[in-house]
Every structure is written in C-alpha cells, then in structure tokens.
Design a protein around this ligand. Sequence first.
Ligand code: PMP
Length: 282
Amino acid sequence: ELTYFNGEFVEPGEKCVSIDDRGYCFGDGVYEVTRVYNGRCFAFSYHQDRLYRSMREMDIPVKMPPDDLQELHEIMIEQSGITDGYIYLQITRGVSPRHHAYDRSKLEPTMLMYIRPIEEDLSKLAAGVKAISLPDERWLHVDIKTLNLIPNILAQTKAEKKFAYSAILFRDDVCTEGATSNVFAVKDGILYTHPANNLILKGITRQMIVTKVAPSLGVTVIEKACSREFIENADELFFTDTIGGVIPITKLDRKPVGNGEPGPVTMRLRDGYEKLLHEGMA
Ligand code: PMP
C-alpha cells in the first residue's frame, strides 16, 4: 500500500484531513477507481477523461495536468510494487469554514490517492451472484462521480444484509444500474443496458463491453431504458464494474435468472473482457 496526499507520499494515518475540508463536511468532491493489472493501469485514459469531466461538472479547478496524473499513477505502481490491485483517487473542493456556497478563487483542492492490492478471489464471481431490486433514490446527476454516495451506501447495505452481492436500482419502472456497478440484460441473444445519460454512471467496464467486447463477439447492443418486467424476464443479467469485471447475476429477488446458471452470452463477454484486461488493450 502506498498513499499520496497533496503532493507527497505519506504513511497511512500520518496526515490529518482538516475538519473544514469540504469533502469531509459535504462529500463535496469527486473520485475514480482504476484497476491495476500486470503492473499497469487498465483503460487509464478513460478514467482520466471521466475524472476531468466530473471536475468540470462540479466546477473544481484542475491543478494536475493529464500527463502528470498519468505519471503519478505509474510512479505509485512502481514504488508500491503492486501489480494486481487498484488505485483510488479523490479530489475534494478544499478547505474553508463550513458554508454551503463556495468561492472558487479561495479554494485549493485536496488530493488523495492510494494504491492497494486486491486480496479477495475475484474468480469466484464467475459462478454468479445474487441481487435484490431496490428503488433508485439518487439525485439526477449520477453521471458525475461525486463522493456523495448515501443512497448507494444504503442500498448496498440492504443488499448485503439479505446476503445478496448488490442491488439493481429501479427509477420508477426503469432499471438504471447497480448500487456500485452497471447492469446489463440479455434477451434472445441481444444485449441491453441503460443509455449513458444523467441517470447512470458511464462505467468504464460498461464502455469496454459496449464499444469493444460485444462488437468483437458479434453481439448486438441496444442502449435503452428497460422496464422491471423486461429485467425480471431476461434470459441473463450481469453487473459490470472496474474491480469485478463482468459479474453474472443468477438470482434476482430470490428468483432464478434464466435457468439459474451464469448465461452463455454473459460468459462469452466475461471471457472477452478478461482477455482485454490481461492484454492491457484499452
Ligand atoms: N455505477 C456506479 C453507481 C458505480 O459506483 C460504479 C463503479 N463502482 C459503476 C457504475 C461502474 O463503473 P466502472 O466500470 O467505471 O467501475
């Protein structure tokens, strides 16, 4: 494990975040999680683009140019010696006495990064996981990767209390995404997922599936808002996220998805994604 805080490498616990940091008080900040595999950041440019977009949308000034950010990621991998793990990056709006409105000119963003190894056995996810459905109670700009994750935290906790891996969220009758991931459905060999608008986070893993893996396997993708009925009757369902990759869902609300086994299209996509990850080709 290696931690970077505002321009220097620090021991965990060495630095104290100010009690007036807006990230601490308001969740006023953005973050990214990038997979490190074979000693390299996977799909780094996508994470970088999403981070700068989140900062633009949040009106947080960029202090570190893209080349330096990339170099810092590479240095962290090299210095930590971690070849299989992830890098967490967080930028808050900075420190000022608590007041909702901010003055951009008086704030210096706080930047935290750390690299940690992945210790759990991710391969067991291939056997499929259970999901529950929950209402999507988030705000209308979840396309911005902000630190404010209260509805996600509550939904994920509810899911785990029911021994599910995660929750599938529904905004009214529409399946948006997972509590910590994107959601895909397969029906009659066609892949469906919610369009990348303000109602979902445009996941990098999702982008890899939609623009690279599915086309290379000849799988048609339709980006549309799917109803609860459609999701409940899907042949296959899966989650995607940076850490777990493609995660088959074999049970939804205690009912089997399809025949209750990870589906064939899901597993082809999973294999295709793993290949991409192993080759570092993104
Ligand atoms: N949606 C939400 C709400 C998430 O928190 C995440 C990331 N954990 C994702 C989707 C997946 O994004 P990515 O593939 O970039 O990890």
